[in-house]
Design a protein around this ligand. Sequence first.
Ligand code: 7RM
Length: 667
Amino acid sequence: MSQNHTDPIPATDHAPVESLMHEHRLFAPSAEFVAQANVSDPAIYDEADADPEAWWASWAEKLSWVEPWTTVCEFNAPDAKWFVGGKLNVCYNCVDRHAEADPNRRAIVWEGEPGDDRTITFGELKDEISQLANALKAMGVGKGDRVSIYMPMVPELAMAMLACARIGAAHSVVFGGFTAESLQERTNDAQCKAIITADGGWRRGSAVPLLKITRAALELGCPTVEKVLVLRRTGMDEIDRHDERFVSWHHVVPEQSTDCPCEPMDSEDMLFILYTSGSTGKPKGVVHTTGGYLTGVSATAKLVFDLKPDDLHFCTADCGWITGHSYIVYGPLANGATVLMYEGAPDTPDKDRFWQIIEKHRATILYTAPTAIRTFMKWGDEYPNRCDLSSLRLLGSVGEPINPEAWIWYHETIGKGNCPLVDTWWQTETGAIMVTPLPGITVAKPGSATHPFPGISIRVLTEEGHGPDIRGPKAEPASSGFLVIDRPWPSMTRGIFGDHDRFIKTYWSRFDGKYFAGDGISLDEDGYLWLLGRVDDIMLVAGHNISTMEVESALVSHPAVAEAAVIGKTHDVKGQAISAFVTLRAGIHGDEALEKTLKKHVGEKIGPIARPDDIFFSAELPKTRSGKIMRRLLRDVAEGRALGDTTTLADPSVVNALKNVYEDKEG
Ligand code: 7RM
């Protein structure tokens, strides 16, 4: 076996009771990877655990501070303060200090959907951000204000975020796929003084009319908005010259001075708000602050992605999500790495676009989501196989549990068996990665996010708040329960903007003084953590807790299946019956025989208890705009209810099509 190959190691044959369906191979990093890794000594876990505050302080010390902190952490659940009394500027840390060290190093490599590209050095980035920051000041935006950013994935989006940070204004990035109503609601909730937008952005060959949508939001009413700064991207629209609120980026930004001092910010000053749309209620404005957030994302970016200054880090998320904030902009740039940013869709002009981009720019790290990986599997191996992916040295996954089948495909077909694969669990609210392998240390089990990041204390708790010591000498086999974090960490959210009661109710009430994440989790006897999905999705079938994730993984392990979503449907006898919605791989037709085969397959993989009662074939599954399967809507379909709130769906027509499939079959 070659030295640089990720070696499969025969796994133990015990499998946790709650989780019988596992890929039974273990994947250790190659000796070559370990030799060059940022961290390869497992002692790091004990060091961090022995004194978590000292551990986090050691990361904060790697940042540049205007004034040192006096206290590392003050925690009075749920209120946390980190690096109290310290002052720093996030833009200085992500841009200026690298520009001072080497202005010609690349900061952003950008690829537009139509194929245009642009490389921006740290020196250029500093100048452009400074001009933009001065333009914002001239528009009346200053320290303590909020700004909505509603832009396509162009470098100016990252610049807008960093320019806000430079002058001490908090940004609220609104994903460019959201509607005028969503933009209005978020802008008003955050009381934004300005909106930064563009005429449009490219998506699947057509231009998304961002300026038109912004205008519609203003017409719906955004009383706090005084100015709208508009970048020209597509040339599809013009600013409204008679409306004094509109300002052309190209008129005002280039004429500004490239000199703009970084505002020294208190460690606890707000850096940004990011709205997450939960399944119920209005979107929550998750607040992140300056010192703790930057410490968390810079430490995790460096250790989880093994980030080096000469890496080209390709995170495929949009900056409208937390993944884009933490691992396109703040984490990698704080480390002085180069980020690759792509504007458009993965299938434009063809289904090999990501692979073409990796080949063209020689990306070294790829961080993407299981929904994308399963889509690539469905499209077939010919697309990645056309391209030279040999520059890749590390792969990451985030957003949903990754099925072992998808893990193996990603590892083999994209990573060619050579790249450690990090499955990272975290949330908008946690700011940074919480559960993850460390690529130079961890022996990976496909489908498991493995262990807490050093310094993070994860608990697997029962309803009553009991649970094993997960770092103990011997974990209680197969315990499963609620994912709880019982120690503060620097990048934890400081609250929901304007709604502290909701913050306490949602996250801090279920387990007193501890953070409740809303996810189910289990621990196997080797001490590995397995994410089970949102607790609302976990099924109770004839007295057994079965995770939707597990049945989905069993289905996806069948060669005919591309993707599956499983739900528990109310059942008179069993409590819940299992319904599965299945998407097939290219060229495969779903019929009764296949339905039988798949039921049998799940029964064999997990056990008769997990055998789906019904299987429905469907071309698509309902997903949020960030790609998470929305099982709640499938339950509505299966239980014949009116559909709940569908505004977070990427494509609302999908669920109506599913309703038809379901009703045709059930009559
Ligand atoms: C980063 C992000 C958070 C929710 C979280 C989980 C799910 C995310 C994983 C995962 C299993 C993973 N932020 N989730 N990563 N589940 N394994 N590696 O996605 O705020 O948008 O979503 O996503 O349910 O609670 S988020």
